[in-house]
Design a protein around this ligand. Structure first.
Ligand code: ZN
Length: 474
């Protein structure tokens, strides 16, 4: 099966594409594969995990909060490689704030290379903790050139993580297990998520309810629009559950900015679940949580982290209690490239570069705009964002970019009401926030750091519809 390779992909990953010719030869047992309808006996999965904890002194969240002073608990990258359905598919989720632009492509390249596949069959997501690296190598280059700014991501550490990624995937491929069944479940998470945007009587954002708040008003006001359900998609080898992926839309921070690295309450719940079930690999994905945080229920005190962790854990366990394995009779990987346009009127590169060079500005007002410039330059090169979907029987997992508002996943579920739809966002973080078109005139923090025009809404919505339509087509 051939596909034409866009010029940008040839440029960024020549090595990987040259390597793909031998993919099938590496796994002769599995090569029968068409796109869909693979016999269950052909599917295999290899799982991997590796450490991505930044060293002491490394910048956190782009360098404008306190750098690493200590590690409360380590950060992990966790994933799996699926074999027997065409070229290998790689899914990975990382305990970082974000992976953006070239950094996101480099991760996918490294995983693709190790798995002998192409980067369009690799998806990488972040959980979005804030005492964690916020990796954009393009923005790093911009701040490096200034000479006086803290790093965004230290390149030697970044490359060490990619080396670990390759090794972990290569090891995973030597220890694969058959996959025969898929199951899905969902359960309500109680008292975690709330909408961050409190609208005033004029319809504009009057107050930002962040991840934590000591404002009684923020605790009193209703949750607002959220997706209360945590969803799980699990893969089974016979009767044994071997991979469980959990999806929930919410910023994952209980508190941050103290220099103490942690996977925070969503990652800690995942770790606890992992301990309970050592024979199954548990992954946790942040859904479309761009406008969602724990601020209604979280005062930011240390005591709340374990409380929120237990609430998430209860959601995971309850969701998994509903899993009913069914034999896999179809599996399909689909992709769709989008090109959301930056807002060059609001974000003028020359003006932003002047601000970055201004040594009287605070670090946040210099490092953060470096991410804007990275996006402006990336879009000028027409490098797409690749959306992907993994459709197994009537279950669809959608892989989406950046900080999507929750409306995108609610709409996706509605658009395919006859399927079970789970959404992982925080893939390529290049565009930063992705509000809905109607949220732009409401203003607020998220809109102020959304690098694209409202045109991104119909583009992303159309992309999601395409992924879902491809589930049904032959
Ligand atoms: Zn965020």
């Amino acid at each position: 099966m051939k596909r034409s390779i866009p010029a940008w992909e040839r440029a960024v990953s020549r090595r990987v594409f040259l390597g793909t010719g031998v993919a099938a030869a590496g796994f002769p047992v599995l090569q029968a594969a068409g796109a869909a309808g693979d016999r269950p006996g052909n599917l295999r999965v290899g799982t991997f995990r590796f450490d991505v904890t930044p060293p002491i002194g490394h910048s956190l969240c782009g360098g404008w909060i306190r750098p690493v002073e200590a590690v409360d608990d380590p950060l992990e990258a966790i994933g799996y490689v699926l074999l027997g359905c065409g070229k290998p598919i790689v899914v990975c989720v990382v305990d970082w704030t974000g992976l953006l632009n070239t950094a996101h492509i480099r991760w996918r390249e490294a995983l693709a290379e190790a798995a002998d596949t192409t980067i369009d069959r690799v998806t990488v997501h972040c959980v979005h903790q804030h005492n964690a690296p916020f990796a954009c190598v393009d923005a790093e280059q911009i701040v490096l050139e200034q000479g006086d700014l803290p790093h965004i991501i230290e390149l030697d550490f970044f490359h060490r993580c990619l080396d670990r990624a390759r090794t972990a995937v290569e090891t995973a491929l030597r220890q694969t297990q058959p996959v025969t069944h898929v199951a899905h479940g969902e359960a309500r998470v109680v008292q975690v998520a709330s909408n961050r945007r409190i609208l005033g009587p004029d319809g504009r954002v009057a107050s930002q309810r962040g991840s934590s708040s000591r404002n009684p008003e923020h605790h009193r006001l209703p949750e607002g629009l959220i997706d209360p359900m945590l969803k799980t998609v699990a893969l089974f080898s016979g009767a044994q559950k071997i991979v469980a992926s959990h999806y929930y839309a919410c910023h994952p921070m209980s508190y941050y900015g103290d220099g103490r690295v942690s996977a925070d309450f969503c990652g800690l719940a995942r770790k606890e679940r992992q301990q309970q079930e050592p024979d199954c690999v548990h992954l946790y994905f942040n859904g479309c949580g761009g406008n969602i945080g724990a601020g209604k229920y979280n005062d930011g005190s240390k005591a709340m982290r374990p409380v929120l962790t237990q609430r998430m854990l209860q959601g995971m366990v309850a969701s998994e209690e509903r899993l009913i394995p069914e034999p896999i009779d179809s599996l399909k990987w689909v992709t769709h490239d989008i090109f959301p346009p930056p807002d060059r009127e609001r974000f003028d590169e020359a003006r932003i570069m002047k601000q970055i060079a201004d040594r009287n500005q605070r670090v946040v007002s210099r490092n953060r705009p470096a991410y804007t410039v990275a996006w402006l330059r990336r879009t000028a090169k027409n490098i797409p964002i690749t959306l992907s979907g993994l459709h197994i029987n009537r279950t669809s997992i959608l892989h989406l970019p950046a900080e999507c508002f929750v409306e995108y996943q609610l709409n996706a579920q509605r658009a395919a009401s006859d399927r079970f739809v789970a959404c992982a966002a925080y893939g390529d973080g290049g565009p930063w926030y992705i509000p809905t078109a109607e949220a732009y005139p409401q203003g607020g923090y998220a809109v102020s750091v959304a690098w694209c025009t409202p045109e991104i809404d119909p583009i992303l919505t159309g992309g999601i519809e395409t992924l879902l339509a491809k589930a049904e087509s032959g």
